[in-house]
Design a protein around this ligand. Structure first.
Ligand code: TYM
Length: 354
């Protein structure tokens, strides 16, 4: 049996300010993975128009995410950083996947249900098909590993379902074109053109919660800016938001068990651990028994130490838009070569006349 070559892919939408959830759930992992894997990181501007069509500053937002990637430590020369719309093969493969996937699969997505609410008939068709484009983003590179926050887990399961259905529906064509690999899915040997993507979700902060409400995800769309730390926040804003973060009156526990039922405490300990590259247990060994009045200043120091240099470098990079644009163009060209190879094969498998 063979295996697909390890390749990491992930994407971030250029909508609203990046926050600590995006950084700890995704971007910090992107940085770590480049040590031992080939990585492709994408600013997903096609996804950005699914929920809101007209953006005054989509180009600026796109540059800002690219700047955040690079400021956080992603190397756009060794790896690939680009924007999705510049590689049209994403949209082309998404069309094929729209015909592979079933409407019911899309309607079941919790993010679709949350975003469409009672208005499901009135949202864009793009919002419904969003996960199909996401599967295409990954599979147009036949990428195998996808670092994301916990909220994307269901979308990645769907990407696996789409890959599997494509592999089965076109099984004969894949074999007769001499394409694909024999892999094992579960216990079953299958001949696959697309790999089964592995989500990389772990770590101490896979779901960073709102600073105001430990039961809600930290989110770009929360109306309260105090609920999140933005990557562009200055030292004063970071300090103020952590000082005002909701907590409970008890001291921190000495063991992770003691965090159960204390969502705000669990969130702040998880944030500390992720920023310090430690486990929650290690953080509690240090701070167990102490009050939040002692823990919060240490968290402020740590957050400022990690985020201030990123913030500074982002501002420096954004001063020279030509430089960022050149990086994205170079990335798009290199991504386009890989994507076009896949699409040529997919066109043959599906049977489009060329
Ligand atoms: P997006 O732009 O909403 O978020 C980018 C990344 O940040 C993670 N994230 C969080 N992690 C922990 N705690 C939080 N509170 C939090 N909020 C956001 C997200 O899980 C994500 O990893 N659909 C994707 C973008 C996308 C994509 C892809 C990702 C498009 N194509 C292909 C992977 C592969 C999204 O909207 O992410």
């Amino acid at each position: 049996m063979s295996e697909f070559k390890k390749l990491v892919f992930s994407g971030v939408q250029p909508t609203g300010n990046l926050h600590l959830g995006n950084y700890l759930g995704a971007i910090r992992k992107f940085v770590a993975l480049q040590e031992d894997s080939d990585c492709i990181y994408c600013v997903v501007d096609l996804h950005a128009i699914t929920a809101q069509l007209v953006h005054e500053d989509l180009r600026a937002q796109t540059r800002s995410i690219a700047a955040a990637f690079i400021a956080a430590g992603i190397d756009p020369v060794k790896h690939i950083v680009f924007n999705q719309s510049a590689v049209p093969q994403h949209a082309e493969l998404a069309w094929v996947f729209n015909c592979v996937a079933r409407i019911g699969w899309m309607e079941r997505m919790t993010q679709f249900k949350d975003k469409s609410g009672k208005n499901a008939e009135q949202v864009s068709l793009g919002l419904l098909a969003y996960p199909s484009l996401m599967a295409a983003d990954i599979l147009v590179y036949r990428a195998t590993h996808v670092p994301v926050g916990d909220d994307q887990k269901q979308h990645l399961e769907l990407a696996r379902d789409i890959a599997q259905k494509f592999n089965i529906d076109f099984g004969g064509q894949i074999k007769s074109a001499g394409l694909g690999l024999d892999i094992v899915v579960g216990e079953e040997p299958v001949h696959a053109y697309f790999p089964m993507v592995e989500p990389l979700i772990g770590g101490p902060a896979p779901r960073v919660m709102s600073l105001k409400d430990g039961s809600k995800k930290m989110s770009k769309s929360d109306p309260s800016d105090l609920s999140r730390i933005n990557l562009m926040d200055d030292v004063d804003a970071i300090s103020k938001k952590i000082r005002k973060a909701k907590t409970d009156p008890d001291a921190l526990p000495r063991e992770t068990e003691g965090l159960k039922g204390r969502p705000e405490a669990e969130n702040l300990v998880g944030i500390f651990a992720a920023l310090a590259d430690k486990s929650k247990a290690e953080v509690l060994q240090e701070f167990g028994g102490q009050q939040f009045s002692a823990f919060k200043p240490a968290l402020i120091d740590l957050a400022v130490n990690v985020l201030a240099p990123i913030n500074l470098e982002m501002r420096r990079l954004l001063d020279d838009t030509n430089h960022i644009d050149a990086i994205l163009r170079d990335g798009s060209e290199r991504a386009g070569v890989i994507a076009e190879k896949t699409m040529n094969e997919v066109r043959d498998i599906v049977g489009f006349l060329r």
